[in-house]
Design a binder for this molecule. Structure first.
Ligand code: PMP
Length: 366
């Protein structure tokens, strides 16, 4: 047997050779505005309720959890019904460990060898990794100059590649751009397979921007993904979910691992949902802070993309890395991502955003 203990000595799948694990730098900084987290931790009141629910779940940890997470799915359906204005039942909702796992499960069920997933860049950088990990071919068209979709190009790409999954983030990461319902309807009308709208940032959309949830009754192959990581400030809890027809939920249940969602996760998520009003109260503040940030960036002569999310893409800089580093040197960590010359800042507390603005002015005047 070989005595090579390095990664190179292992029979790793060929397409994984040279790859590194996805993730933003995890640096210990005073102001972290790099992974689109919600800056407001749960209140002591919510912490106590989550702790009590988890303690209760712990009393039966000798047993496996509810494989189908029915109580949690009923709670999520009730929340979505209120948010999207369309009546949804528990059989139309599926939950997993973050929307990351939801997307992986969707590609396990609907992608695979000989099949193609299509998206439009710049977009969430995990999408090609889900495709790779499920042996699904990945095709990325381009978004238009304003980061919206160029429908003519979209239709061309769909016709050429006949994807079994079209994956669209709305609002999109890293641009913040939401899609119009008309565009989603046009795509859903002609797409030959599943159309997945990733609304991880859905709750941050501006007034008047609708959710794709309202289209679910019209399209049997439409899926809307949400997460509790952002608006609910529960990134550490790992709870993502989808809404779709019951048949889509049945398909995903075929590929899910047994007992994929721990009793602890289910209990914590239900306790958080029971406090939705309190947790979501910060969303309005974050939206206002986001709009102020866009206006401020434009006011100092930079470009800032319209944002329906809890982050803003701004630029452009001849040397964006130098700007990113200059901010980091001042204790502010943002994200070097998106098209050349652009940077992305997550919306933090008013104090954090003041620190960001001050540091950016220093770096620019430096
Ligand atoms: N979709 C988009 C567009 C995202 O930006 C993210 C997280 N950054 C996710 C999905 C995954 O979120 P989670 O797994 O925490 O639900």
């Amino acid at each position: 047997m070989s005595t090579d203990w390095t990664l190179a000595g292992l029979p790793l799948r060929e397409e994984l050779r040279g790859e590194s694990p996805y993730g933003a730098p995890q640096l210990d900084v005073p102001v972290a505005l790099n992974v689109n987290e919600n800056p407001y931790p749960p209140s002591e009141h919510v912490v106590a309720q989550i702790a009590a629910a988890v303690a209760d779940a712990a009393r039966s940890l000798n047993r496996y959890p509810d494989r189908d997470a029915l109580a949690l799915r009923a709670d999520l359906a009730a929340y979505l019904t209120a948010d999207g204005g369309v009546e949804l039942g528990a059989d139309q909702v599926w939950a997993a460990n973050g929307s990351n796992e939801i997307m992986l499960q969707l590609l396990q069920a609907f992608g695979g060898p000989g099949r193609t997933t299509v998206s439009f860049a710049p977009t969430y950088s995990m999408y090609p990794e889900y495709a790779r990990d499920t042996h699904t071919d990945w095709v990325a068209g381009r978004r238009a100059e304003d980061f919206g979709l160029d429908l003519a190009q979209v239709l061309e790409v769909l016709e050429k590649h006949e994807p079994s999954v079209v994956l669209l983030a709305s609002p999109n990461n890293p641009t913040g751009t939401a899609l119009s319902l008309a565009d989603i309807e046009t795509i859903a009308d002609v797409a030959p397979g599943m159309v997945v709208i990733d609304e991880a940032y859905g709750e941050f959309r501006r007034a008047g921007v609708p959710s794709a949830l309202s289209l679910l009754p019209a399209f049997p192959r439409l899926v809307v993904i949400r997460t509790m990581s952002k608006a609910f400030a529960l990134a550490g809890g790992r709870l993502g979910y989808l809404a779709a027809s019951p048949a889509v939920v049945d398909a995903v249940r075929i590929v899910r691992l047994p007992y994929h969602l721990s009793a602890i996760t289910q209990a914590a998520a239900r306790a958080a949902l029971a406090n939705a009003a309190e947790l979501l109260a910060a969303v309005d503040e974050l939206r206002a802070e986001r709009d102020r940030t866009v206006a401020w960036l434009r006011g100092i002569g930079l470009q800032a993309a319209d944002s329906d999310a809890n982050f803003v893409l701004f630029g452009t800089f001849a040397d964006r890395h130098a700007v990113w580093q200059g901010l980091l040197d001042r204790g502010i960590l943002i994200r070097e991502t998106g098209p050349d010359g652009w940077l992305r800042v997550s919306i933090g507390t008013p104090d954090e955003m003041t620190a960001f603005r001050r540091a950016l002015e220093e770096v620019r005047n430096g």
